[in-house]
Design a protein around this ligand. Structure first.
Ligand SMILES: [Zn+2]
Length: 279
């Protein structure tokens, strides 16, 4: 499932091809999308300029010149693919937008769970989510305030989008290992020093995510925008297996203390942790 770093990478890739382009055509290729983006909504996109592409939590928002907003959720397997407008859409394409630049933007999604929705001009109410962990404004004090009233286990609280936007299961587990905090520690009880450590750990794991590192590498070595790579494939195909500290490593030795890593279910989600060095 694309997590925040993957969605951020996807929105950067989309911005590179779609920013300030005008939509010349919109098509829906799958019934599941027609429900969210009916024919009238598709037609309303045409001749609108894409003024802005922004990410909020794991949602991508295309702000259009008429004040409408196109809201895109990748869900489990969504991703962007870009082609020349006059070539056939790739397999599993659910929604396509053609642009006046001659590029077509395709939402490719094998499981067809993604959602693309148009909000009529000036009706978009925003995304209900907590602070963005990749923003400069995400300080230890901000995190402390967000956790102060939460009595649940910290691991479950980190997954609540209203507390912090876009931290998923992998990065929550990794950040807690990094900060040496047990996943079941009550969120509101963490000391100021531990919250500060956790804030740094969240930023660290997200900034070092495979997608982020991939994006930084490709943008620093190339000025052209590849039109054929996809976010997920590129990340997996970049040749470097990402070494998670705990995620998926049940029974393996902890990188810090060599104890066996544990798997537990907490608030309905599986998690991994080190019983010895996470307190
Ligand atoms: Zn350990």
């Amino acid at each position: 499932m694309p997590e925040l770093p993957e969605v951020e990478l996807a929105s950067q890739r989309l911005r590179a091809v779609a920013h300030h382009a005008t939509v010349t055509g919109a098509a829906v290729h799958h019934a599941s999308q027609r429900r969210h983006l009916p024919a009238a909504a598709q037609r309303a996109l045409v001749n609108r300029r894409i003024e802005q592409v922004v990410r909020r939590a794991k949602v991508q928002l295309l702000h259009l010149s008429d004040g409408a907003v196109l809201e895109v959720h990748f869900r489990m397997t969504g991703d962007w693919e870009f082609t020349a407008a006059d070539t056939p859409a790739p397999p599993h394409t659910r929604v396509s937008l053609t642009l006046d630049s001659g590029t077509a933007v395709h939402l490719v999604d094998p499981r067809a769970l993604s959602v693309v929705r148009r909000h009529a001009p000036h009706t978009f109410a925003g995304i209900d989510a907590g602070p963005e962990p990749l923003d400069d404004a995400f300080t230890a004090d901000v995190l402390r305030a967000a956790l102060a009233t939460r009595r649940g286990p910290i691991k479950a609280v980190l997954l609540d989008q209203r507390v912090i936007a876009g931290v998923g299961n992998i990065y929550a587990a990794e950040a807690l290992w990094e900060a040496r905090i047990a996943p079941h520690a009550p969120a509101h009880s963490l000391s100021r020093a531990r919250v500060a450590r956790l804030r740094d750990a969240i930023v660290h794991v997200l900034r070092n995510a495979p997608a982020t590192r991939y994006y930084e590498r490709t943008t620093s070595t190339s000025t052209s925008t590849s039109t054929s790579t996809s976010t997920n494939v590129s990340v997996e195909g970049d040749g470097t297996a990402h070494a998670w500290r705990v995620y998926g490593r049940t029974g393996e030795a902890c990188d810090r203390c060599a104890s066996r890593l544990q798997y537990v279910t907490l608030a309905g989600r599986g998690t991994w942790w080190c019983r010895r060095c996470q307190r």
